[in-house]
Write a protein that binds this ligand. Sequence first.
Ligand SMILES: NC(=O)c1ccc[n+]([C@@H]2O[C@H](COP(=O)([O-])OP(=O)(O)OC[C@H]3O[C@@H](n4cnc5c(N)ncnc54)[C@H](OP(=O)(O)O)[C@@H]3O)[C@@H](O)[C@H]2O)c1
Length: 279
Amino acid sequence: MSKLVPAVRSGDVLMPALGFGTWQLESGGAQPLVEQALEVGYRHIDTAQAYRNERDVGAAIAASGIKRDDIFLTTKVWIDQFADGDLQRSAEKSLERLGVAHVDLLLLHWPNPATPLAQTMAALNDVKDRGLARAIGLSNFPSAVMAQAQSLSKAQIATNQVEYHPYLSQKTLIAAAHAAGTSITAWSPLAQGKVADDPVLIAIGQAHGKTPGQVTLRWLIQQGVIAIPRTKTPARIAENFDVLDFALSDDEMAAVFALARPDGRMGNWLDAAYSWDVE
Ligand SMILES: NC(=O)c1ccc[n+]([C@@H]2O[C@H](COP(=O)([O-])OP(=O)(O)OC[C@H]3O[C@@H](n4cnc5c(N)ncnc54)[C@H](OP(=O)(O)O)[C@@H]3O)[C@@H](O)[C@H]2O)c1
């Protein structure tokens, strides 16, 4: 029986606030890790066409014996598949690799000015209308282009998946997303492991008998953000899920928010046509 993970309402769907990320879990190696994550209790799995591990993720879901409807599965369309027709075909290929009839959420991986956004949003809506995705969303969209995408979309943008961790403020984007009914999903929620050495997070963790990683994930979930940590280390799969039995005080939340710094961004592949929100 899995622990009760809070759900975040995202457009028409409820997303488990804690998911398992699979970036850099290579083809062949991802399957046992995803199987273990499902065994531990994760019910939200994040993959992407670009990760080249959709077959592994699908095989793990099939092997788990867990009902398809009990798993929230996200994949992302790569930026060279944004034209009408290409996007729908690439979504169908993702479903084939995943071995499922639909994904729960289909995201545009990064904004791409090479294809008109109106065309891409119409194609993404078409995928949803055909029942291949229960919900649609974005990834790495600054607030201006996120608003533009919503204005061009019949369906509610369920989530915007962006880099977010204690070292990067996303105040502006989170406020804009939440005002528009869009949830925020945090990628690199552990700052790619950097949180483990942080004295502030270590001290807060000691007060709760938790690790700095657990404090960080709790801080994200407690502000209504979805977190999708990734690990190749079996013990950490369980550690990162064990964040549901404690709460941070207002002062502790504020102390984590205070760790944000101007140079905190770690992954920046944003096209020069766009710019990040200024915090
Ligand atoms: N949409 C996008 O553009 C985008 C971009 C990046 C990531 N993502 C998604 O977000 C997921 C998570 O992001 P991420 O993989 O970049 O980084 P992350 O989850 O912040 O960190 C992963 C790193 O932290 C280490 N780690 C994991 N748990 C830990 C713990 N409890 N204590 C200390 N270190 C720990 C891992 O090491 P070990 O593996 O050695 O344990 C790994 O090196 C990805 O897997 C992917 O699904 C999306």
